[in-house]
Design a protein around this ligand. Structure first.
Ligand code: FES
Length: 134
């Protein structure tokens, strides 16, 4: 009886140890892959006819097919710009305004919005952005 209980306990300890080691190994691999993907990930946006398309971290500006991809993060304190009015991009937090080229035209922000290089795929009507660290 004691031997059987010891064996079951030992088995469960070994099983728990094995599961724990496996989880740590796979978690480590998952995080490593996630970081690699995040650092190399291309972002694809549809090319629409809208002058300003809002995506979470990006703004795609399309003025008569003169396209720019800008960061949607305000250069004042980083709020996400989510509004365009009369050709101005307006930050909801403290009212900074940017023109459609990303230049600050009304403070408190005074730096331009970060601009991303991109490739245009006219066949599939899409914009491909390769984010850079900035
Ligand atoms: S964060 Fe945009 S104006 Fe302050």
């Amino acid at each position: 009886m004691t031997l059987k209980r010891f064996s079951r306990r030992k088995f469960l300890q070994l099983l728990a140890t094995g599961i724990g080691v496996s989880l740590v190994y796979f978690w480590d691999k998952m995080m490593e892959n996630a970081l690699l993907v995040a650092s190399r990930k291309k972002i694809v946006f549809p090319l629409t006819r809208k002058i300003v398309s809002f995506y979470r971290d990006y703004l795609v500006i399309n003025q008569n097919h003169n396209i720019k991809v800008l960061s949607s993060h305000c250069t004042h304190l980083g709020c996400i710009i989510n509004k365009e009015e009369n050709g101005k991009l307006i930050c909801p937090c403290h009212g900074s305004e940017f023109d459609l080229k990303g230049n600050a035209v009304k403070g408190p922000a005074y730096k331009p919005l970060h601009s991303y290089p991109f490739k245009e795929d006219n066949n599939d009507r899409r914009i491909i952005v390769q984010p850079t660290s900035s």
